[in-house]
Design a protein around this ligand. Sequence first.
Ligand SMILES: NC(=O)c1ccc[n+]([C@@H]2O[C@H](COP(=O)([O-])OP(=O)(O)OC[C@H]3O[C@@H](n4cnc5c(N)ncnc54)[C@H](OP(=O)(O)O)[C@@H]3O)[C@@H](O)[C@H]2O)c1
Length: 320
Amino acid sequence: MAINFAILGTGRVANNALAPALNQANGATLWSVLSRSRERAEAFAHRHGAAGGEKAYTDLAALLADPKLHAVFIASPDGLHCEQALAAAKAGKHVLTEKPMGTSRQACQAMVEACDEAGVRLGVAYHMRWHSGHRRIAEMAASGYFGDLRHVRVHWSWPAPDASNWRAGEEIGRWWSLAGVGTHCLDQIRWLLLPTQGEVAEMSSTIARNVFKGPRDETALLGFRFENGATAQLCSSVLWDAPKRMEVYGTRGYALLDDTLGLHGRGRIFTHEGPLQFEPCNPYVGEIEDFVAAVRENRPPEVDGEEGLRNVELLLHAVE
Ligand SMILES: NC(=O)c1ccc[n+]([C@@H]2O[C@H](COP(=O)([O-])OP(=O)(O)OC[C@H]3O[C@@H](n4cnc5c(N)ncnc54)[C@H](OP(=O)(O)O)[C@@H]3O)[C@@H](O)[C@H]2O)c1
């Protein structure tokens, strides 16, 4: 039996990535959708072929009352994730939430506890872990192909046209560049380094907000030292367009990943031995299939609430 998902929100990621991936993933069905506007909910449900009896909702409680619904995929602004996750857990629905998981430590902790108490799964959607090239690099790093890991560097920016996006404001966002893309960079760093390097032992942060002059980070430069000595650096920004870049350095070799970060599963990867071949795939499909397997096998998803919470703690530390 497939796991029936409701998407909460009809914005960019829901429309461009999550609904198509739910339709592609094995074991998942796009069942229903929540919007603040009935028209938008109906158009979204129609466009993506939602399968529920009633499929377009403007009221979360009504959506969650559907006994055939098994899980929600939260794709609303960051500051709304917690309230929606708590309601879903209370209704006995599994929760896969977009990143960052919440905008405060307390909110993330409450999400972890509510899902634990309700006996439902909680996953955080860091889709880059299912980019097939990134998975190859993570496996190679774990097997010692690069020797002892010494440094990881990630750069991801995009040019925001103005500061009208909710991320740039005070109400439902907490970070701008860090929430848009920096949190993914941090997740990649942690994914690669935690297994051999232990936890983050020390962190530095430089935040710039002097172009749009709003309350949130426009450019963030974060530096990390891990317990076992490796270092890492991330740069996220809303101020320029450039190829996305990730670099992994070890005592026996290195990997350079060009334009692999993003919604797509493509890009180019080179190691010290030359180009690395990989089969491009839709990373959101792998993310959903892992969550479906977690529900079925009664195990935590690959990125669980605790890891989502740790990521948020570091993002908070960066700006506080
Ligand atoms: N993993 C990824 O690749 C990825 C990529 C982009 C974003 N994200 C994450 O996904 C979430 C949504 O981001 P997005 O870029 O899709 O944002 P977005 O385009 O602004 O969409 C958010 C949607 O949430 C709904 N919403 C409910 N209350 C809202 C409110 N008060 N203000 C604004 N929207 C509200 C809206 O749908 P209705 O108008 O229909 O109510 C809106 O379209 C964020 O947590 C973000 O970090 C993840």
